[in-house]
Design a protein around this ligand. Structure first.
Ligand code: ADP
Ligand code: MG
Ligand code: MG
Length: 877
């Protein structure tokens, strides 16, 4: 029997094997085979990781054998030997999942060092300081990553010694200091683990590989996966690679660089490096790194070779690359390349530029941009006037673009807590770390005191599209006491500041923000998307303002105009309450006649904003008690206004109380009980359409949508009211226009009997919020409380209210679409739930053949792109 292979040398892999080798491993293999200088190494596959979990967290004997075998290959290629006292091989152990998860998994460097090999290394390199510097790093990383000790205990030792010697940087410590550091580190280890620091390199290696496997399920990784829709069963690969040393003196160094600017997309190499440094030093913000262009002066040959390879990689991968490199005594090595993370603005510019540079096609360009990120480009900018009068109090690095105003908080927990109660927050930290992820997600902006353009805060913020100013050394922060001081002024928790992620400026107060527009690269790119897609994109909008906003973002119609939002406005609520509290039809009609002109005004505004684009207006939907006051004192006020007694009103309010209002007297059930409400709304919809058509010389074709239908006869009853009312208006005004009456499909029974319902309904719009709620049988307002537990226990992978549940709710949609078309072949089909703006759900709608999706205005551009991507991946018609 052929044994299953769990370990691949870099020379045996390629970039197409990322599922098996992880992104990092697959690209290391690809670079190796392209002839780029990559230190020798091998990858333990993601399958080995899955097997590790299947076997109850044990690494299989056969896999251990394969690892030892592959290690021999590195030994041969480097002429070094693991654990040897003549020429010891040191390796790095690096995690690498299918998609990159920055900062989520931990890397161990200099593995193979022990009390003996450190001496050999010192002698061989004639550099004792370097040897002990490497050893102390190794002990710290191993203790932290593999054994779970607190890295602060180790940092405290370093700080203590630096303080004693009155120096600032690690590089200021000499060999004697470092030997002492190593001793102290080993003591910490022994005290905590009750064993000596492991001296056997093979034992070190196996422990490290195991630790990478288990880091796949550390809490940070789990949170990151959930935020980014990464399945928990993918597992991570482990890369073991010969070390090269950037910490061997002034002709050595390490750095990270992008082939283009990841913030703006500008076609210019962008990165940072540090001389005499190792691994994470650049991103950890220990010393401030140099811009990459300086390397041209410092080590010109290395720089030239670096630029050469960077260009080659970009053309090879047809995308902007994010690279890691190390220079060991003047010799350049590449340690990683991947398609670089970028802001949405940069993504657009790079995609358009690559097409114009003839490196990729328009279709490839469209597939390169994440639709769900486009909304970040539509988020507010500072109001110019307000900005003008503001003076910046500090300046840091413009790490991630955008404008943010909010109250400052100093811990991730505080930021999240205050965000959850509806505040706009800005997270202020000395520097961020992966533990801060949830706080960062909750923030409008992030401000750090330390760290460069590639620090954790910068990388993560750019990925999320959140504004970030990093490395703002002007301010002095006290995280513990929760304040910072800049220019002599103290800013406490809860104070307002504003950040400009495009310039790095920090302002000491709230600055007003305004909405931007689509132009330039963005417009060009969106035009490509529009040309390709077959699904239309509409918007959900209730006001002329939102409607106009959505049109400027490319909306082709309104898929859902809710009429109840208009009822809540101050001048109207009284009339609405009067209507609800009326005891007779007569009184109700009187109250409704007061609402009619207002409602008509609303629709006129919306039609005017939309021109001839189709507008779907939904009849009143929520249960009536939502419009009545709940607190006694408010009931009292209303009773006075209505000229009735407190008791009487209180009785009416309680009589409207429902145990389960979401399944209560709402939707079309209101029109069945009180036809006069539907009559009034229909009159307003049609009269407004007639007026605007006449005045603006356009053809308005209203689509009247009946909510919450579950039965054909119910549909027919409400439709008859609508049609009769329309005919009355036509006769009154002596004019006719085209219109349609359709329904929302949001009750499972309507989906199941869709062939029946379609006999009356002229269009379907899938209301997937209610449909999800009713199909799962849990309320969207309460599900948040227990769904987290479902994710933790891996029962659900994602929130079915955000991404359509294709296997359940999706099946109902597909079935209803088919049944509907059977009865009415040209029936218009759309979706207007929250899902209409979410890319995987949009792709589903494309596959089942819907005519349009409808989403909130800010998601319209993303939906246009998602629809184009679906057409590229699965062409329809
Ligand atoms: P991450 O995914 O967090 O970037 P990496 O595995 O890429 O983790 O490594 C962390 C750091 O260590 C990077 O700066 C990388 O360049 C460096 N590094 C990894 N392996 C080696 C090696 N064999 N020699 C020198 N530096 C290395
Ligand atoms: Mg890292
Ligand atoms: Mg890396």
């Amino acid at each position: 029997m052929v044994k299953h292979k769990y370990v691949y040398l870099f020379s045996e892999g390629n970039s197409k094997m990322r599922e098996l080798l992880g992104g990092k491993g697959a690209n290391l293999a690809e670079m190796t085979n392209m002839g780029i200088p990559v230190p020798a190494g091998f990858t333990v596959t993601t399958e080995a990781c899955t097997k590790y979990y299947d076997d109850g967290k044990k690494v299989d004997e056969n896999i251990v054998d394969e690892i030892i075998q592959a290690l021999k290959d590195i030994e041969n290629k480097t002429n070094k030997k693991f654990g040897s006292e003549e020429n010891p091989l040191l390796v790095s152990v690096r995690s690498g999942a299918r998609v990159s998860m920055p900062g989520m998994m931990d890397t161990i460097l200099n593995l193979g060092l022990n009390d003996n090999t450190v001496k050999v290394l010192a002698k061989l390199t004639k550099n004792e300081r370097f040897a002990y510097d490497s050893y102390r790093r190794f002990i710290q990383m191993f203790s932290d990553v593999v054994m779970g000790l607190d890295k602060r205990d180790f940092e405290d030792v370093l700080d203590e010694i630096k303080e004693k010697k009155d120096v600032k940087y690690d590089t200021d410590l000499d060999c004697t200091d470092l030997i002492y550091v190593v001793k102290r580190f080993k003591d910490i280890y022994k005290k905590a683990i009750k064993e000596d620091f492991p001296q056997d390199p093979k034992k070190q290696l196996l422990l490290a590989i195991t630790a990478v496997f288990s880091s796949w399920n550390n809490p940070r990784a789990i949170v990151y996966r959930r935020l980014n829709d990464i399945p928990g069963d993918w597992g991570t690969a482990v890369n073991v690679q010969a070390m090269v040393f950037g910490n061997m003196g002034d002709t050595s160094g390490t750095g990270v660089a992008f082939t283009r600017n990841p913030s703006t997309g500008e076609n210019q190499i962008f990165g940072e490096y540090l001389i005499n440094a190792q691994g994470e030093d650049v991103v950890a913000g220990i010393r401030t790194p140099q811009p990459i262009t300086k390397l041209q002066k410092e080590l010109p040959e290395c720089y030239e070779q670096f630029i050469d390879i960077a260009n080659k990689l970009e053309i090879h991968y047809k995308d902007m690359q994010d690279m890691e490199f190390t220079i060991e005594q003047g010799k350049l090595y590449f340690l990683q390349t991947r398609n670089g993370k970028r802001t949405a603005a940069a993504a657009l510019k790079i995609a358009v530029d690559l097409v114009e540079e003839e490196i990729i096609t328009k279709e490839e360009a469209l597939l390169k941009v994440d639709p769900s990120k486009l909304d970040t480009l539509l988020h507010p900018k500072f109001d110019e006037d307000d900005l003008e009068s503001a003076t910046s109090v500090a300046r840091g690095l413009p790490a991630s673009p955008g404008a943010a105003s909010g109250k400052i908080y100093f811990t991730a927990e505080d930021a999240k807590a205050h965000h959850d109660i509806g505040e706009k927050v800005i997270l202020v930290r000395l520097e961020t770390s992966p533990e801060d992820i949830e706080g960062m997600v909750s923030s409008e902006g992030i401000l750090t005191v330390r760290g460069g353009m590639t620090s954790h805060a910068a990388v993560v913020a750019r990925g999320m599209g959140t504004c970030c100013v990093a490395g703002c050394g002007d301010i002095s922060i006290n995280e513990k006491e929760r304040y910072f001081i800049v220019k002599g002024k103290t800013y406490k928790e809860g104070d307002y500041i504003s950040l400009d992620g495009n310039t790095g400026s920090v302002y000491g107060r709230l600055i007003k923000t305004v909405a931007p527009e689509i132009s330039g690269y963005f417009a060009k790119f969106m035009a490509w998307a529009d040309k390709i897609r077959v699904m239309k994109v509409r918007t959900n909008a209730d006001t002329p303002r939102d409607a106009a906003q959505a049109v400027s973002f490319g909306a082709e119609g309104i898929g859902l105009c809710r009429t109840e939002h208009m009822f809540f406005q101050e001048e109207r609520i009284t009339a609405v309450r009067e209507m609800i509290l009326s005891k007779t039809e007569d009184k109700r009609r009187k109250a409704l006649s007061k609402i009619l002109p207002m409602q008509k005004e609303d629709f006129i505004g919306i039609y005017e904003a939309m021109g001839e684009r189709p507008v779907t207006i939904r009849l009143l939907d929520p249960p009536l008690h939502e419009f009545l006051p709940k607190k006694d004192e408010d009931i009292e006020i209303l009773a006075k206004e209505m000229n009735i007694s407190f008791e009487e009103l209180k009785d009416t309010v309680s009589s409207l109380h429902e145990f389960n209002p979401m399944m209560g007297h709402r939707g079309c059930r209101l029109a069945v009980s009180y036809p006069e409400i539907a009559e009034m709304q229909t009159t307003a919809i049609i009269e407004a359409a007639i007026e605007v058509s006449k005045n603006n010389n356009v053809k308005i074709k209203p689509e009247i949508m009946v909510p919450l239908i579950g039965e054909l006869k119910e549909m027919k009853y409400v439709k008859d009211i609508v049609v009769n009312t329309v005919n009355k208006v036509f006769k009154d005004k002596d004019i006719e226009l085209e219109y349609q009456v359709g329904t929302m499909i949001e009750i499972p029974r309507a989906a199941i009997t869709a062939d029946e319902v379609a006999k009356e309904a002229e269009f379907f719009s899938f209301g997937t919020n209610d449909l999800t709620q009713m199909t799962f049988g849990f309320s969207r307002d309460d599900a948040g409380k227990f769904l987290t537990c479902y994710y933790d226990k891996k029962i659900y992978d994602f929130d079915p209210f955000q991404r359509i549940d294709q296997n359940g709710v999706g099946r109902l949609v597909e079935m209803a679409a088919e049944l509907g078309r059977k009865t009415r072949p040209n029936i218009k089909l759309g979706i207007c739930g929250e899902h209409g703006g979410e890319p995987s759900s949009i792709d589903f709608c494309h596959k089942v053949g819907l005519d349009y999706v409808s989403c909130s205005p800010y998601r319209v551009p993303g939906a246009r792109l998602a629809a184009a991507q679906s057409q590229i991946n699965n062409p329809r018609k």
